[in-house]
Ligand binder design. Structure first.
Ligand code: 2AM
Ligand code: CA
Length: 260
């Protein structure tokens, strides 16, 4: 398989899609809610997913696509080449803040991560990797991560997980927040994962992501030595929803004790 050629196409398409998103910020969006008032979808989520499906099917007709908005294939297995696509990760940010959103692509072959590409079109930052060939931010190599400790770490976590909830122990989370150097919350899982890869964050804790949220970022952060698993320490299955703990070595082992 020509992974270089596929990655080049994916980068070209993701940049084109990013320009469409930035241009759309100037015109009024059609905003609807899905499962709840905080679960937003816009005409652009749908348009961008359809844009990728047309490009991929036109160029790689045997590849399959799993996209958040459901225009792709109904996958029951991960055989062959599969594209995981989130046309807008951070739709709430896209609508309310007009920044801190991204397009996420993860390309897997027989379930193994091959290519990860995340594009933040407002910052014009393209994060990419072909597994085994290093990770890049706008063609500048991202250095391998060293080890760290929570006392010197900044970890992304949404404040909701410090309130009473069924996914995490909020007393343990409060103790963790007191011990950390700092916390942040960007509201865009794909960016929070690649920020761990670039060292802007030392870790990220989030209890329920879908494959298209973590599929691209997971390949990038692992390429630079970051660790990404579910809250029990198991490898992520790119076909299932999952809790996600991602961090640099050292910090990961410490965080695992708080979320497990
Ligand atoms: P989305 O914008 O593509 O839906 C928000 O904290 C981040 O978590 C976003 O990246 C959002 O992705 C993702 N997310 C995915 N599923 C979610 C859920 N059920 N509830 C809240 N956020 C979710
Ligand atoms: Ca989305």
């Amino acid at each position: 398989m020509q992974w270089n050629e596929i990655a080049d196409h994916a980068k070209q398409w993701i940049k084109e899609a990013g320009s469409l998103l930035v241009a759309s910020l100037q015109v009024s969006l059609v905003i609807e809610t899905k499962s709840s008032a905080s679960d937003l979808v816009t005409n652009m989520d749908r348009q961008i997913e359809q844009f990728f499906i047309e490009k991929i099917q036109g160029t790689y007709p045997h590849h399959r696509i799993l996209g958040e908005e459901g225009y792709g294939d109904k996958l029951t297995s991960f055989e062959g080449t599969v594209w995981l696509i989130d046309p807008i990760d951070g739709t709430m940010n896209f609508v309310h803040q007009k920044r801190n959103f991204a397009i996420s692509i993860g390309i897997y072959h027989d379930g193994i991560g091959k290519i990860g590409i995340i594009y933040d079109p407002v910052q014009d930052e393209l994060y990419s990797t072909i597994a085994g060939e290093g990770a890049y931010c706008n063609d500048i190599a991202i250095p391998k991560l060293g080890t760290g400790i929570v006392e010197e770490g900044i970890v992304a976590v949404n404040a909701i997980w410090l309130t009473e909830n069924s996914m995490l122990n909020c007393e343990k989370m409060t103790a963790l927040v007191r011990r950390l150097r700092g916390t942040r919350s960007y509201g865009c899982a794909a960016l929070e994962i690649v920020y761990v890869a670039t060292g802007r964050l030392d870790g990220y804790i989030t209890p329920r992501l879908s494959p298209w949220d973590f599929g691209g970022g997971a390949i990038i952060v692992q390429e630079v030595g970051g660790i990404i698993t579910d809250f029990k320490g198991n490898s992520l299955n790119p076909i299932e929803k999952s809790s996600v703990l991602v961090a640099k070595p050292g910090v990961y082992e410490q965080l695992l004790e708080y979320v497990n």
